[in-house]
Design a protein around this ligand. Structure first.
Ligand code: PLP
Length: 399
């Protein structure tokens, strides 16, 4: 059997395998010369040519292609059920490339009214002046979504942009129903799958056209690398995104791609543990003195619980908590935990605590995307749940 057909047969087998097998093996064949089980990290910015135009395996220059980045892209596509993935230097670089690949002046983006603040900032303050309109809407209200998508005006809806669970309000949106609304209007549905990760939710299988990720979060998983990705299942969309990746060049570097790949191999194992810990902590928080509301889709009285159970494998590691003592109480707890570190970001193995109103979502303060001032967002890590609960207990007891 030739080397190429053996490779194709192997990747076909991996595509059909379970999630954890794909995570470990997709794009990760051993190096043929030495047998190195971990594919080598390729730092080279350029590639020798066998005569002018004589490229080896298509590699020419690092912005256009790099084997370490390709390995990550193959792994990402296999885990999201797409046929193409593109890796970028950050989540926002991925979003920017996607929007510039698909939108032109006069196009409208309908997005969740609690989308990540940086996404809104990119769309409204960077792309707005270039002629891209936006309409924030409550994505859990399908009538409002339909109205915003088909509303008349000088602009026309090109993209519908959903985050589910959303950051930090933990709202759950119906991916399949919103895909239908977008498609009826001739628009495409983008799902930011950062909070769920490909282990918990696969939007392409639910009807979405495009998935974006901040791979900085659960995919990298160790708070040591910034990155982003776009995944699609359509050759035409892929060509457009791939062209902007190449022509604009916000690609991930080889070291970042390598670290992201390494993190991604253990995603399934980590997400199980994040979800288990978060469920325990959310249940412990409910009804505790000083707690006004616990926002976690794994709680049976969460408005999106049934939908989350349908479109997600488990409920994830993110919890938001609102305090009856208002802003002062939220700030005090944020500044008095020991295991939960007060920091931006989420999705790493260590537990983090964030005060969105002044931290991750400061850019939407005063807009309709503003976050309640009595809210803290917890990114529950993989430590022992009892220790995390003791840490929260001690901080809440000081109120
Ligand atoms: C849901 C979501 N999407 C996108 C981003 C942007 O990603 P990055 O910070 O990697 O640019 C973030 C970052 O916090 C996020 O939480």
């Amino acid at each position: 059997m030739g080397e190429r057909s053996e490779h194709n047969q192997q990747s076909g087998q991996i595509q059909r395998a379970g999630f954890n097998t794909r995570a470990v093996h997709a794009g990760q064949e051993f190096e043929p010369r030495t047998g190195a089980v971990v594919p080598p990290l390729h730092f080279s910015s350029t590639y020798a040519q066998d005569g002018i135009g004589g490229l080896r395996s298509g590699y020419e220059y690092g912005r256009g292609g790099n084997p370490t980045r390709d390995a990550l892209q193959e792994q990402l596509a296999a885990l999201e059920g797409g046929n193409h993935a593109y890796s970028f230097g950050s989540g926002l670089a991925a979003e920017d490339a996607l929007i510039r690949a698909l939108c032109s002046p006069g196009d409208r983006i309908v997005l969740g009214n609690d989308a990540y603040g940086g996404t809104y900032r990119l769309i409204s303050r960077v792309l707005g002046p270039w002629g891209i309109a936006n309409r924030p809407v409550d994505m859990s209200d399908l009538d409002r979504v339909r109205a915003a998508v088909s509303a008349g005006g000088t602009d026309e809806t090109r993209l519908v942009w959903v985050e589910t669970p959303s950051n930090p309000m933990m709202k759950i949106s119906d991916i399949t129903a919103i895909a239908d609304i977008a498609h009826d209007a001739g628009a495409l549905l983008v799902v930011d799958n950062t909070f769920a990760s490909p282990y918990l939710q696969n939007p392409l299988a639910l009807g979405a056209d495009i998935v974006v990720h901040s791979t900085t979060k659960y995919i990298g998983g160790h708070s040591d690398v910034v990155g982003g990705a776009v995944v699609v299942n359509d050759d035409e969309l892929a060509e457009k995104v791939g062209f902007v990746q190449f022509a604009v060049g916000a690609v991930s570097g080889p070291m970042d791609a390598f670290l992201t790949t390494r993190g991604l191999k253990t995603l399934g194992v980590r997400m199980e543990r994040h979800s288990e810990n978060a469920q325990k902590i959310a249940e412990w928080l409910v009804g505790r003195p000083g707690i006004e509301k616990v926002l976690y889709p794994g709680l049976p009285d969460h408005p999106g619980h049934g939908l989350a159970a349908k479109q997600m494998r488990r409920f994830g590691g993110m919890i938001s908590v609102q305090f009856s003592g208002g802003e002062e109480a939220a700030r005090k707890v944020a500044e008095s935990t020991r295991l939960f570190t007060l920091a931006e970001s989420l999705g790493g193995i260590e537990s983090l605590m964030n005060y969105p109103s002044e931290m991750t979502h400061a850019s939407v303060k005063g807009t309709e995307l503003a976050v309640p001032v009595n809210l803290l967002r917890l990114s529950v890590g993989i430590e022992d749940a009892d220790d995390l609960i003791a840490d929260l207990d001690a901080a809440i007891a000081r109120l």
